[in-house]
Design a protein around this ligand. Structure first.
Ligand code: BJ8
Length: 433
């Protein structure tokens, strides 16, 4: 644990990292203004959320200082953009994975220098930060590591000369063989950059640590099944967002502190919400750190997001890895198996996602689905048609929003959420008449 840096020490660090301080100030100002708007209107937040709020604010400051310190003492790191990259293997080889996906609308237009305007804002925000000199992680890694998921990402890796793990597009036997070989290749690459061999001991240990982290997220999620959830969908999203960036042990400690508070709140009957509201599942594209527009629009309109199936939700922490395996090969296969279950629309067909969504709706007693797609994400957007049909066939209402990271349409989305809530409540009243 390193000492907390003062504001002037942080500025010195950013300057040493070659960042554009003026633009970075603008980015921080934009992030903090948005955070106040999207999160701080909530009156009944658990006190322990302060730990995650701080982690969010530290993501460009103290966390960067920690990683810098780790690297100065010989630690290695790689940048990542997707939850397919197996953290367990990198950790075992003593390599830190740094998630780089951008969630800020502020940086999107800076991507214009290299990328077309009509691609997904997640990709544009990420590279807008790098191109504007406002990403503190730009030099804090051996290399960024992409993956062959969607077209926007794949072609961006080519453009910037970024290596990529091959994620198959189907889930047949031969695709699994390919995936296992990619995971093994990834292990070799991690061993090479850190000069640390992955052994049964260090791999078992990293599996346990990652399982513990996911277990914390799973337990928080369990509380959201209650009729009076002690934590909001907005705060659960924030926890998932910072889980990707925080030091793993600090995250587990903060999560356990929150869990103790959630238990106490449940014992006292304290909900995160003022009224019973309408329980919804949030489905669709991920919401990287800095982006909570649709969660905000939903929860300020009387919808309670009790589950989130996205990569910044259940998809990230649903599956664990057995801890009782003996050899590196067995563990690598189990890791590959676990990551192969991820139900991203970059796979076709993707029936698993539909089955998972049905189970989540049932387990969390969601009355309806808010289905959010980041603009130009064709995989999620086209899949939405079939998903909405499945929901309709099961008499579950869904509202689809397609939007970017800009703030302009926030109020408009909110109006749609309010109307959606009224329709659901109207249906409820009809059923009880
Ligand atoms: S496993 S969802 S993290 S690929 S939103 S950039 S898909 S155009 S982020 Fe993802 Fe891995 Fe899949 Fe999850 Fe492309 Fe769509 Fe943009 Fe996306």
């Amino acid at each position: 644990m390193i000492k907390r840096l003062t504001h002037s020490e942080l500025r010195e660090m950013w300057s040493d990292l070659g960042m554009n301080l003026e633009l970075h100030d603008q980015l921080l100002e934009s992030n903090s203004r948005l955070f106040k708007k999207t999160h701080l209107w909530q009156k009944k937040r658990p006190a322990a959320m302060a730990l995650f709020d701080r982690a969010l604010h530290d993501s460009h400051g103290q966390r960067v200082a920690e990683i810098l310190d780790y690297r100065n003492s010989g630690g290695k790191s790689v940048g990542t953009f997707c939850i397919y990259v197996p953290d367990e293997i990198a950790l075992a080889a003593n390599v830190l994975t740094i998630p780089l996906c951008g969630g800020s609308g502020w940086s999107v237009s800076y991507a214009d220098k290299m990328l077309p305007r009509d691609i997904c804002p997640l990709v544009r925000s990420t590279f807008g930060m790098a191109l504007s000199g406002t990403c503190p992680y730009k030099t804090l890694k051996e290399y960024p590591l992409g993956e062959t998921t969607c077209d926007a990402k794949k072609k961006t890796w080519d453009l910037f000369g970024i290596p990529a793990m091959e994620v198959p597009q189907k889930k047949n036997k031969e695709d699994k063989v390919l995936w296992i070989s990619e995971v093994k290749k990834f292990m070799g690459d991690m061993e090479k950059i850190s000069e640390v061999r992955v052994t049964a001991e260090n791999l078992r240990e990293s599996i346990k640590r990652c399982n513990r982290k996911r277990a914390v997220l799973q337990k928080i999620s369990e509380y959201r099944k209650l009729r009076k959830p002690p934590i909001s969908g907005l705060d659960a999203l924030l926890i998932s967002q910072v889980a990707l960036n925080m030091d793993i042990d600090s995250f587990i400690n903060a999560g356990n502190e929150l869990l103790a508070e959630l238990k106490a709140r449940v014992d006292k009957g304290i909900s995160a919400y003022d009224n019973d509201g309408v329980r919804v599942l949030f489905a669709g594209t991920p919401s990287p750190m800095g982006y909570a527009k649709v969660h905000w629009a939903a929860e300020t309109s009387g919808l309670q997001i009790v589950a989130d199936e996205s990569c910044t939700g259940i998809r990230y922490y649903r599956d664990q890895i057995p801890e009782n395996l003996d050899t590196v090969d067995e563990m690598v296969e189990a890791i590959a198996e676990r990551y192969f279950k991820i139900d991203c629309p970059c796979f076709s067909p993707n029936k698993e996602r539909f089955d998972n969504i049905s189970s989540i709706i049932e387990e969390f007693q969601a009355e309806a689905v808010v289905h959010n797609i980041l603009q130009f994400c064709h995989g999620f957007n086209v899949e939405a048609g079939a998903l909405d049909k499945m929901l309709k066939d099961n008499d579950i209402l869904s509202l689809k929003t397609v939007c970017d990271y800009s703030e302009e349409d926030g109020e408009q989305i909110k109006v749609r959420m309010e109307a959606f809530r009224e329709i659901i409540e109207g249906n409820r009243n009809q059923e009880t008449e």
